[in-house]
Design a protein. Structure first.
Length: 289
């Protein structure tokens, strides 16, 4: 039996007019199945191998999914986004959508570079997932990195907003849910584990891949449940969606201590210009070589 519920968010001031849509399923079954995925390197790395089956020139290594498309092993880090900023020197135009969606939107938050560092004595701040990114920032970074935002399987251009939780359509949801096999309500499995991923009541992002259990639905993919939420290229101009236009940010677990917020089918719907401060960042997809 599938129970659907719609949660209206009274979120922090920077989350303007957002709605969280969560699908909850009553699931049966034992441990997750044995996964099969094509990978060259299941560990995160800033160096891309020339032998990689996936396109890309910068950022994390990628995993090839069912021979159809690739997805980065980790979210964009602060160091990686800063490398992009240093390289483009404010010239974002070549990396923004051809649709013009971002032409009047600043892809750099006025608060960028002012993130607090809670990891005293631990990993450096730069290895943490980059929050404070809007849709345009993620689009520009992924394009510069020789990759792209996650969208529909086998198609170009923006993904189908209405199908963003359909595993046969959405690249991101397909990976997190392992093809919606009902064994991955959360990326790591069918049962919520509060210790598997970055603490949801944390007020700042954690270094990527620092929680070994926070991996899945395919092997080698870290932090799809938890840490920062992730923008995808699944947008709509339908005014009924509640914002105009609306784009999708996935699994907004960080800062929201409720297990449903980290489910694979949990999304924020918001305008691409909105700053989410620490809560929202991104991850890149790409095409096979």
């Amino acid at each position: 039996m599938i129970v659907r519920r719609f949660i209206a968010l009274g979120v922090v001031a920077t989350m303007i007019g957002c709605t969280l849509l969560t699908d909850l399923s009553d699931l049966e079954g034992g441990p997750p199945d044995a996964f099969e995925a094509s990978t060259k390197d299941a560990s995160p790395s800033d160096a891309l191998s020339e032998a990689s089956p996936c396109k890309g020139t910068h950022g994390a290594t990628s995993v090839l999914i069912d021979g159809k498309y690739c997805i980065d092993t980790t979210e964009i880090t602060i160091d990686q986004f800063q490398e992009f900023l240093n390289a483009v020197k404010g010239n974002f135009a070549p990396y923004l959508p051809e649709t013009g969606l971002c032409d009047t939107i600043n892809p750099v938050s006025p608060g960028w570079g002012q993130q607090p560092n809670p990891f005293d004595g631990g990993p450096p701040l730069g290895s943490a997932a980059a929050g404070d990114l809007n849709y345009c920032a993620v689009h520009a970074y992924c394009t510069w990195a020789g990759k792209r935002m996650c969208r529909d399987i086998g198609k170009t251009g923006s993904g189908d907003y209405a199908q963003r939780n359909n595993a046969t359509v959405s690249e991101w949801f397909n990976v997190c849910s392992h093809g919606d096999d009902k064994l991955h309500t959360w990326a790591y499995g069918p049962t919520y584990d509060s210790g598997a991923c970055a603490p949801q009541d944390a007020m700042t992002a954690y270094p990527v891949a620092s929680f070994p259990a926070c991996v899945g639905g395919y092997p080698g993919i870290f932090d799809m449940s938890g840490n920062v939420a992730e923008w995808t290229d699944e947008c709509t101009y339908d005014p009924d969606a509640g914002c105009m236009p609306c784009c999708t940010a996935r699994t907004p677990g960080l800062g929201y201590p409720y297990e449903s917020y980290a489910e694979c089918n949990a999304v924020f719907e918001s305008n691409p210009s909105v700053w989410f401060f620490y809560e929202v960042g991104g991850r890149c997809c790409s095409d096979p070589q």
